[in-house]
Design a binder for this molecule. Structure first.
Ligand SMILES: Nc1ncnc2c1ncn2[C@@H]1O[C@H](COP(=O)(O)OP(=O)(O)OP(=O)(O)O)[C@@H](O)[C@H]1O
Ligand SMILES: [Mg+2]
Length: 397
């Protein structure tokens, strides 16, 4: 290139500039507009293995034919023709310029670089390449990238394990649901069987034992009557036997009634509840508050379940509560029947439900849940006890 003004090769290799340039911790290459190298500092010489004397006057691309990277060529061209600067960085596999930590080693390690390409105007537009070694930062970044990758993998593994656990939990859940349903079914079946057996036993007691006791009472009664005048001592014994027989008949009635609440089958749940509750209130001295809906459309099974719950709740209240007042509510809407038995007695700790050899409350819950119903006990010391039960009116069989 011929132009008036200072010769760039001389200007950029004069002692002050060269010494300044040699102190830089970066590479500095200055190109003329035609691409010829006019400055090549020590940093570049040391890392390229090419001394300045060899480099000066040559084109960068003749010197480094392998540096055919389109990015650099394009950036230099942009800087020289339009004065437009660029910043290029080594990417993962591309190193930009062939610079090495030690170019004379048998296996030289190439430097990761950023190359800033800019221009300035002297006799013509000149191009400056500033090269920084970013190998250390790159290594740190790569290490971070590896760590991030490992972290990612471990997160993925964790997510997979969570998923497996969730699946496992789902399987367990569904097994528990299945087993619970089976147990409920079994409990319901056992309760039905037990009720049927009680009914059969009650019938036998009523029909057989009942007629035997009645026949014996008639005979003893007529014998006592016959002997009243002639044998007062035998008459007295027969009278005593009559009283025993009467007690036996009453006991049989109570047992039969307990096993097969005829009042329930004959008059329905509302009446059976009223009768049983009034009887117990009289014995226990409670004030009774009854709110029972009449003529609810309840199946025999449903009535019996609710009646058994009420019986046990009232028994418990009589045994433990020392209540002043007991309240019974039986109500229903279109779909659900609800029974509540509440006392204002001394209350209980809720873990009393798990007392060994106490089966009443557990039995109530099992009866209700076996029929798909909802059972709840509320109670605390000094606050009375409330048992509430809800059951669907139409029972899925
Ligand atoms: N209404 C109540 N007031 C105070 N305590 C109660 C009441 N109902 C139940 N409890 C307490 O809860 C315990 C458990 O009652 P549950 O009916 O399960 O068994 P139980 O009556 O002890 O025995 P079982 O009913 O098997 O003959 C009772 O022992 C009693 O301590
Ligand atoms: Mg009980």
């Amino acid at each position: 290139m011929t132009s008036s003004g200072p010769d760039p090769t001389i200007a950029f290799n004069s002692p002050p500039f060269s010494s300044l340039s040699s102190t830089l911790a970066l590479g500095l290459i200055i190109l003329e507009q035609d691409g010829r190298i006019v400055h090549w500092n020590d940093w570049v010489a040391k890392r390229s293995g090419i001394v300045a004397d060899v480099a000066l006057g040559k084109s960068l691309f003749d010197l480094w034919p392998e540096t055919t990277q389109a990015r650099i060529r394009f950036a230099i061209d942009q800087a020289i023709t339009q004065g437009q600067p660029s910043l290029l960085s080594s990417s993962l596999n591309k190193y930009l310029l062939p610079l090495y930590e030690d170019p004379f080693r048998s296996d030289p390690v190439q430097i990761r670089q950023t190359v800033t390409i800019s221009s300035f105007y002297m006799t013509a537009r000149m191009c400056v390449l500033q090269i920084a070694d970013v190998s250390a930062a790159f290594a740190r970044e790569s290490a971070l990238r590896v760590q991030a990758q490992l972290l990612n993998e471990s997160l993925e593994r964790q997510a997979q394990i969570m998923k497996q656990l969730e699946n496992h939990n789902d399987t367990l859940d569904s097994q528990v649901r299945k087993r619970t349903a089976q147990l409920n079914e079994l409990a319901k079946h056992l309760q039905d069987v037990s009720e049927e057996e009680k009914t059969a036993l009650a019938r036998e007691l009523h029909d057989d034992l009942g007629s035997i006791l009645t026949a014996a009472r008639i005979d003893v009664f007529s014998s006592a009557k016959l002997l009243a005048g002639s044998h007062p001592d035998i008459h007295a014994k027969l009278q005593r036997a009559l009283r025993y027989l009467e007690e036996g008949i009453q006991t049989k009635r109570r047992i039969v009634e307990g096993m097969r609440p005829t009042i329930l089958t004959q008059f329905g749940l509302a009446e059976a509840l009223r009768y049983t509750a009034e009887e117990m209130a009289e014995v226990s001295g409670w004030t009774l508050r009854l709110t029972v809906e009449e003529d609810l459309p309840l199946s025999e099974e449903l009535s019996l379940t609710l009646f058994r719950v009420a019986q046990e709740a009232l028994n418990n209240a009589a045994k433990y509560s020392e209540a002043q007042c007991v309240e019974i509510i039986l109500e229903a809407d279109e779909h659900t029947v609800r029974l509540v038995i509440r006392d204002d007695g001394k209350g209980m700790e809720l873990d009393a439900v798990h007392k060994p050899r106490s089966h009443g409350l557990a039995g109530m819950r099992s009866r209700v849940e076996a029929r798909g119903g909802y059972f709840e006990i509320q109670g605390a010391p000094g606050r009375g006890v409330e048992i509430s039960v809800s059951l669907a009116l139409s029972q899925a069989e």
